[in-house]
Write a protein that binds this ligand. Structure first.
Ligand code: AMP
Ligand code: GLY
Length: 423
């Protein structure tokens, strides 16, 4: 079948690499894709949120399956758009409908959902634009640190953790007024700070049965030892040693099953990935957040470990018979290191020439922020490349990744060589 993948990051390069290996994939298209994805299929320029244009592409290219990489088109209702159109309604869409996508699109919705279904998460209260006074009182009585979250999508920037009450109040004031995140911030979730270690769990579900993909841990801080500013992700590792079978069982029993049963009980159809951000506190899992897609840079270490055919899995998902599908996973450890532009996550350069990034046996170089300029690959974002290597253990995987990175260069290139240091 012909497949269309939406998105343009490292996650999408990893997905397109995996999808293009399937004997079931005749032609892969990526919209808009990047320099890396063009090695796996045909890139089509366009916006992932332009549903009318996507419709045109799907009909013109005879696409039978659409895989949605990022959250925004899901929250905007791309799946519903397809279902409402007679020419599109039989096309498989990998990703939930608008209602299910609220699990990521609205923190207020997802917190209330967790509470309704007894799913462990931080205690919280939420406030809308007319409740600044109540929110201020709540902050004044709350123990510190305190966690403030814009309700809607804020490109990963909507969470503020602070131990300063005045800062908390001014942040909430800015959010509720719309000055900080526009409409996404005019409802705010204020929650208890949880002190623990985080884990990303990826569940593929058709709303009835589910498959748990390999777990991963991502590293968000720019500096070694988790120091400095937050980024879009500096690396990831999979598997995660503290995610023992016992701990994963707890996650299944206390979180995954109640989530799927809760969706069913509320008549919310769901078909696609559910990424559960978990934090482990006193050996118990709690939910930090739901996302309705795969994570980046987790995907770059998760997918290389999957040995089964991803298209087959997606096909059975779309047909509502995921229970019959096979998910097999390599025991090897995958480590991913992001190569970022100098200055990132602050101001950084674009257009610097990259050398040494071509595909090679023994490692993966997934493109995130690159573009082709007069036949040369140049940097085009803060996060530029994701280098993944596999090995019998984390140390070996990391060593191979770093060796590969030493052959790559661009002006100002920066990376963390301590991914997995805390495991
Ligand atoms: P989110 O945008 O919800 O993924 O939040 C971003 C990051 O903020 C998470 O990955 C956590 O590291 C942190 N975070 C969010 N909520 C909490 C919480 N209640 N306690 C501690 N850390 C949190
Ligand atoms: N790595 C976290 C995310 O993709 O949101």
């Amino acid at each position: 079948m012909n497949i269309l993948l939406l998105g343009s990051g490292g996650r999408e390069h990893a997905l397109s690499w995996k999808l293009s290996q399937s004997p079931k994939c005749s032609q892969l298209y990526i919209l808009p894709g990047n320099v890396g994805t063009s090695d796996c299929g045909l890139n089509i320029a366009g916006s992932v949120n332009d549903f009318e244009f996507i419709k045109k592409v799907v009909l013109e290219k005879n696409i039978q399956m659409v895989i949605v990489g990022p959250e925004e088109p899901l929250v905007l209702g791309i799946h519903d758009f397809f279902l409402a159109d007679n020419a599109l309604k039989y096309i498989y869409i990998i990703g939930p409908r608008m209602q299910g996508a609220q699990l990521e699109g609205s923190k207020d919705f997802s917190k209330a959902f967790m509470n309704r279904h007894g799913i462990p998460t931080a205690a919280y209260a939420s406030f809308n634009a007319s409740e600044l006074e109540k929110a201020t009182q709540y902050i004044n009585q709350h123990i510190l640190p305190i966690v403030l979250k814009a309700d809607g999508l804020a490109a990963g920037k909507g969470v503020v953790i602070t131990s300063d009450r005045n800062e908390a109040i001014s942040t909430v004031t800015e959010m509720l007024s719309g000055a900080a995140f526009g409409k996404a911030g005019t409802t705010v979730v204020i929650e208890q700070f949880l002190d623990g270690i985080e884990l990303s769990v990826f569940v593929l579900t058709d709303g009835k049965s589910f498959k748990v993909f390999p777990e991963a841990k991502d590293y968000k801080k720019i500096g070694e030892g988790d120091s400095g500013l937050n980024t879009g992700g500096m690396g990831s590792v999979s598997p995660v040693p503290f995610a023992t079978p016992e701990f994963m069982n707890k996650i299944t029993e206390q979180i995954i099953l109640p989530t799927i049963q809760g969706l069913q009980a509320e008549n919310i159809p769901y078909s696609g990935f559910l990424f559960i951000g978990i934090i482990k506190v006193d050996n118990e899992p709690l939910v930090i957040e739901y996302n309705v897609r795969l994570g980046d840079p987790e995907t770059e270490s998760v997918l290389p470990r999957i040995t089964s055919d991803l298209v087959e899995l997606f096909e059975s998902l779309a047909l509502g018979k995921l229970d019959t599908a096979e998910l097999s996973v390599s025991k090897e450890v995958a480590a991913t290191i992001m190569l970022v532009a100098g200055g990132y996550p602050g101001k950084y350069n674009k257009g610097d020439k990259i050398s040494g990034a071509q595909a090679q046996e023994g490692s993966f170089v997934f493109h995130a922020g690159t573009k082709n300029e007069n036949g040369e690959v140049v940097t085009d974002g803060g996060r530029v490349l994701a280098v993944t290597a596999m090995g019998p253990d984390q140390q070996a995987a990391l060593k191979t990744a770093v060796a590969r990175i030493n052959e790559i260069s661009f002006e100002g290139m920066n990376f963390r060589s301590d991914i997995g240091f805390d495991l």
